[in-house]
Design a protein around this ligand. Structure first.
Ligand SMILES: [Zn+2]
Ligand SMILES: [Zn+2]
Length: 253
């Protein structure tokens, strides 16, 4: 007996938080927190200066606060030791993605100026070996989430030219032009930390001819305390404590 998407996702409202409304404390690119005197957060600062950034928009579903429940879920669906625990998290996170995209994918599309996304793909792992052995995100978007399943293509592969640095590498991935050329692509990732993986993925998609790339990470990773500064935690605590499935980060309905 299968759970409905609503049943499987409802409990997440207790610990997910909607992206903060735009303002002087919020990064206009990735929705994490920033100092008011900066235009972007620390991670996005260099991405926006680089000519190689290629996500046309980034719209995380929620925050993944380091060490808290959503972080546990997003790590657990891949890394939990017990298969039934991984599966439990995978079922739940799939339902979160499905429910969110059903409501808000049209908003993301209109925010980048397209009717729809004919292709959906996922950000690969850094290396070929890791990408082949870790198929959980592909299974989520390409098999389990019926909202995306039919449009899913495994369009991206690691090149194995990554040096493993946590920096943007334009040749980290390559994309199959047959999958994406001339099409708008919805790019899904589980967690956005610095954005360098998703940006490299978007770069490869554009090189292969994708017309638009919109990235929807499930969680925007954020630390409550950075170098003894707890302003992120304070800003998080100002957000409504219960997730609103109808609230839209990119526009009114
Ligand atoms: Zn940012
Ligand atoms: Zn919306």
């Amino acid at each position: 007996v299968g759970l409905t998407v609503k049943e499987a996702s409802d409990r997440y409202a207790n610990f997910m938080r909607n992206p903060a409304p735009s303002g002087p404390n919020v990064c206009p690119r990735c929705w994490t927190f920033k100092k008011p005197e900066r235009t972007h957060c620390y991670s996005c600062d260099w991405i926006v200066k680089s000519p190689n950034h290629h996500c046309d928009i980034v719209v995380p579903i929620t925050y993944s606060v380091d060490g808290e429940q959503m972080h546990t879920e997003l790590a657990g669906y891949k890394n939990a030791l017990a298969a039934d625990v991984r599966r439990h998290h995978l079922v739940g996170i799939t339902a979160v993605l499905w429910r969110h995209l059903q409501a808000h994918e049209p908003c993301v599309a209109s925010a980048v100026g397209v009717e729809s996304f004919p292709v959906v793909t996922t950000v690969p792992s850094k290396t070929v070996a890791a990408d082949d052995s870790r198929g959980q995100l592909r299974r989520m978007v390409g098999n389990w989430c019926r909202h995306t399943k039919k449009r899913y293509r495994r369009a991206l592969r690691p090149t194995d030219r990554s040096t493993g640095e946590r920096e943007f590498e334009s040749d980290r991935y390559e994309a199959d032009a047959g999958d994406v050329s001339g099409r708008a692509v919805l790019l899904i990732d589980d967690t956005w930390t610095t954005g360098v993986s998703a940006e490299a993925a978007a770069h490869a998609l554009k090189q292969a001819g994708a017309t638009h790339v919109a990235c929807v990470p499930i969680g925007r990773h954020v630390h409550r305390v950075v170098k003894d500064d707890d302003r992120n935690g304070k800003l998080l605590d100002k957000l409504p404590s219960r997730f609103d499935w109808d609230a839209c980060a990119v526009g009114p309905h």
